[in-house]
Design a protein around this ligand. Structure first.
Ligand SMILES: Nc1nc2c(ncn2[C@@H]2O[C@H](COP(=O)(O)OP(=O)(O)OP(=O)(O)O)[C@@H](O)[C@H]2O)c(=O)[nH]1
Ligand SMILES: [Mg+2]
Length: 675
């Protein structure tokens, strides 16, 4: 009892502070996410209208929405870029970020997630949960963004709110509750009262002892939403403006942010764009403090910060902006003056950089007219890469071609249009190839020594396999007596500065933990770059000693077909090296869920449409990397010669009596100085 009283007083102080904060302007960023065509842009348009952010409502179908203002978006009728709108509602400033729903633009969607205070997932009341809805949900959990749902298109024939709620409970979360009725004026429905009480021990105790109390439920729900223990769902029609005002009012009451404008400035870069003059515009969310125009701010990764002066601060609303002198915590804004800031960079006091999970799985080469200077084309693609780092633009000196990484065919089509519009020349793309990766099965210690005359660095790295799709993790077990912190940090930065080539096909290595065991420098001879040499050599030497495996990207798919087509589809899945769960069948339909390599399923949609005569549905989402189904074939075809890689070798260089000499990787260990 003591305990619960204390808890209660803690909660009421949250409420009090909540009320105090509400007196001031509260800033909230809501991100709208969903599968393609669920109605995100339509919903955002309504929200902006209700918040008086826009005077008239446009429609996606009429190509006149506030947030899909780009010509390519209008032409295609889909959102491609995450854009923001803003409005004032009661005592709060709202920022709305509308994200693209197409799988090919998932990285653009993910970059926006990191600055959302709350997210709204839209689900079509007719089509229900799609594969992409689950991807969005998983990302939101990863970034810990409190989430609401809106079941849209309830005006359409076949819309089924109960069915969608069941799907949410089954596939997404048991903690989602449908909100209906006049929540503020009347008592909550008994069902909702109990739903909430079941998820909070104190509330349940209070319920049993004292019964329902509106304020207590309201306050507890607000906290539970913030802590992602409760996910309210709404239903309506964005097109017909049903349920939007209701959502906004409840959302306004049940959410809060507590940004503080005191203290040193910190922020996060979430978007990079260039204006027509080519000026780089860096979009930042202020997380703490105040930033003024002409302030010099630091940005970058960890200790490697760059400092530059902010020359202009812009508050964007759609494609319009207003120039201001200062911004403070909780605001979304853009600056000019920063020439090198990258998406995900911490700004000011925030030093850690964000890493992203949505990755490109294909690569393609850029084809262009021979009258164009490749350098100019490369410059344009480098500009685009600043805006979308997943493009990974590469100039292949040997083949004299520009290569890029992409998520899918639609992205390539959009890129053609973007280049034509912005840079005014025509490009095409070569056929898409799979982006392979490599990892290890067994652990090993890699040794690297770099000591040509006048240089010195030695590095020992432990390489261990980690969970699939975990990327590269760096740990440091090196003692400062062996190597200074400065050099240790340098080694860390060399591990993360680029994707390192594996030894099977030269594809990037992933899913490994790299531990710095020890290293050595020389007080006189060690110079910048020596530790890069030693680190790369240690990495390579370790890879050569472990058992390596090739990985390829996988899709998770869901096929819905008529019963008599099931056999054909199942046999196709097997032929394409996929796997599937036991199909779920109803009287007429079969639902087949499974996974398979992107390489074999990439072009299956055309065949699928032909088999099902356009009546089946095929839903695919990226499902991470896994063991390659045809490693041998791919390795043969790539013809990568690990001993002739210009950037990597397992050999070490030593020096005796003023003479430097090379020791091959397999013998290097015997020569190391730190052993
Ligand atoms: N009947 C009906 N149609 C809707 C509703 N909301 C949106 N639509 C229609 O659905 C289509 C897609 O709407 P958008 O708002 O562009 O969907 P989106 O989620 O932004 O799509 P992407 O940005 O491409 O992922 C358009 O034709 C809209 O008019 C609704 O509530 N009812
Ligand atoms: Mg849209």
């Amino acid at each position: 009892m003591e305990e619960s009283n204390r808890e209660r007083s803690k909660r009421s102080s949250i409420v009090k502070s909540n009320q105090i904060i509400e007196v001031f302007v509260m800033r909230k960023t809501i991100g709208i996410l969903a599968h393609v065509d669920a109605g995100k842009t339509t919903f955002a348009e309504q929200l902006l209208y209700h918040g008086k952010g826009i005077k008239e409502r446009g429609r996606v179908d009429h190509k006149d929405t506030f947030l899909d203002y780009n010509k390519i978006e209008k032409d295609r009728g889909i959102t491609i870029f995450s854009d923001q709108g803003t409005f004032l509602y009661k005592n709060s400033t709202y920022y709305i970020i509308d994200t693209p729903g197409h799988m090919d633009f998932s990285p653009e969607m993910e970059r926006a997630i990191q600055v959302m205070d709350y997210a709204l997932i839209i689900i079509s009341g007719v089509e229900g949960i799609q594969g992409h809805t689950e991807t969005v949900w998983r990302l939101l959990r990863r970034y810990q963004v409190p989430t609401f749902f809106f079941v849209n298109k309830m005006d359409r024939v076949g819309a089924d709110i109960q069915g969608v709620m069941e799907e949410i409970h089954l596939n997404i979360t048991q903690d989602a509750c449908l909100i209906t009725g006049n929540i503020d004026k009347e008592e909550m429905s008994r069902e909702l009262v109990e739903f909430v009480a079941e998820r909070d021990d104190d509330l349940l105790e209070a319920y049993i002892e004292e019964g329902y109390d509106k304020n207590r439920w309201f306050n507890t729900m607000t906290e539970m939403i913030k802590q992602q223990k409760l996910f309210p769902c709404f239903a309506g029609s964005a097109l017909r403006d049903e349920g939007i005002q209701y959502f906004l009012e409840i959302f306004h009451n049940w959410t809060y942010t507590d940004y503080i404008s005191q203290g040193e400035f910190s922020g996060r870069v979430y978007k990079i764009r260039h204006d027509e003059q080519g000026t780089r515009i860096t979009y930042i969310k202020a997380l703490q403090g105040i930033l003024k125009v002409r302030d010099e701010i630091g940005y970058g990764d960890g200790d490697k910060q760059d400092f530059e002066k902010v020359t202009q601060i812009r508050k964007y609303n759609g494609n319009q902006f207003q120039v201001v002198d200062e911004v403070s915590a909780g605001q979304l804004f853009a600056v000019t003056g920063l020439t090198k800031a990258k998406v995900g960079d911490g700004v000011g006091m925030l030093k850690a950089k964000s890493s992203y999970h949505m990755v490109a799985t294909l690569k393609s080469k850029v084809l262009f007219d021979s009258t164009l200077n490749p350098k100019d084309v490369l410059y344009c693609f480098k500009t685009l890469e600043a805006e979308d780092p997943t493009l990974n633009v590469l100039w292949d000196e040997v083949l004299k071609e520009i290569q890029i990484h992409v998520t899918g065919i639609i992205q390539l089509e959009v890129l053609k249009k973007v280049v034509a519009e912005r840079f005014e020349f025509e490009i095409h793309f070569g056929s898409c190839e799979i982006l392979y990766m490599e990892t290890i099965h067994t652990s090993a210690i890699g040794y690297g020594h770099f000591e040509p005359l006048g240089h010195y660095a030695e590095v020992h790295l432990m390489l261990e396999p980690t969970e699939r799709n975990s990327g590269i993790i760096f740990e440091n077990h090196c003692h400062v007596n062996d190597l200074s912190i400065g050099y240790q940090n340098l080694i860390r930065s060399y591990i993360y500065e680029r994707a390192h080539n594996g030894i099977l096909t030269g594809s990037p290595i992933t899913d490994l933990k790299i531990t710095l065991l020890t290293g050595r420098s020389h007080y006189k001879h060690t110079s910048g770059g020596d530790f890069r040499e030693a680190t790369y050599r240690a990495l390579r030497q370790g890879l050569e000693k472990s058992e390596t495996v090739l990985l390829e990207p996988y899709y998770r798919f869901k096929f819905e077909v008529e019963l008599d087509q099931m056999g054909r589809i199942l046999s196709d899945i097997q032929k394409l090296h996929g796997s599937f769960n036991p199909p779920e069948t109803t009287r007429k339909k079969a639902i087949i869920i499974g996974r398979g390599p992107v390489a074999t399923f990439m072009d299956y949609s055309m065949e699928f449409v032909a088999i099902t005569k356009g009546k089946g549905s095929m839903n695919v989402i990226f499902d991470g990397y896994d063991i390659c189904h045809n490693s041998h074939e791919v390795i043969e075809k790539t013809r990568y010669n690990k001993n002739a890689d210009a950037h990597y070798t397992s050999n070490s260089i030593f020096c005796t009596k003023g003479q430097s000499y090379t020791v091959e990787g397999n013998r290097a260990e015997e020569y190391m100085h730190c052993l």
